[in-house]
Design a protein. Structure first.
Length: 195
């Protein structure tokens, strides 16, 4: 959380985390498409030649007042490829909330678990252990023929009691339910901290 007391502005950072090609960027693109351009920034993406996210996707949008301050929500994604581990940590630093985007394909179960464990390690290193930071889990690509049952994904990741949503981000299904949940959790946390 970053507060500009002079402008009475509150910047909140939400990071979409998960394995490569799980739909993190697709979530941000769907959100960007559906938010009124007057209330959002342009979408900034740094891509490789094969159209993979190199560093992060970023957009921000504004909401009504929180504790008398104008909140600005910043959405980031991390690159999912293993060789961008340091970049993921850098993007995750300063996060007020995290959305973990899991790929529902049976072939991606190990990738999901590796990304979940990587996220947990990175958060612990920043003294933000899972359970102390608002976290929402999205099971994306539910339309795939080999989609694993949500209960199996939940158990394999050891998700616990975090809010969980099914999604098909490509067509926007579940994207805003996920976003609303993480924003509500982050705002609730911020209100507690500001009182």
């Amino acid at each position: 959380m970053n507060i500009n007391w002079q402008l009475r502005q509150l910047r909140l950072k939400i990071v979409y985390y998960g394995p490569a090609m799980s739909g993190k960027t697709t979530n941000i693109e769907q959100i960007h498409k559906r938010i009124d351009p007057k209330n959002r920034s342009n979408l900034v993406s740094l891509k490789t030649n094969d159209d993979r996210t190199l560093y992060f996707d970023f957009m921000q949008f504004e909401l009504g007042k929180i504790c008398g301050m104008a909140p600005c929500i910043q959405l980031f994604t991390v690159p999912g490829q293993e060789y961008y581990k340091a970049s993921r940590k850098l993007v995750l630093r300063g996060a007020d909330g995290v959305v973990f985007v899991a790929d529902s394909s049976a072939a991606r179960m190990n990738d999901n678990l590796d990304a979940w464990l990587d996220m947990g390690t990175a958060l612990n290193e920043m003294n933000l252990p899972i359970g102390k930071i608002p976290l929402v889990v999205q099971y994306n690509k539910r339309d795939l023929a080999d989609a694993v049952p949500v209960t199996s994904l939940h158990e394999s990741l050891g998700v616990g009691e975090f809010p969980e949503f099914e999604a098909v981000a490509f067509n926007g299904e579940g994207v805003f339910n996920t976003l609303k949940s993480i924003i509500n959790d982050v705002i609730h946390q911020v209100q507690k901290e500001l009182q």
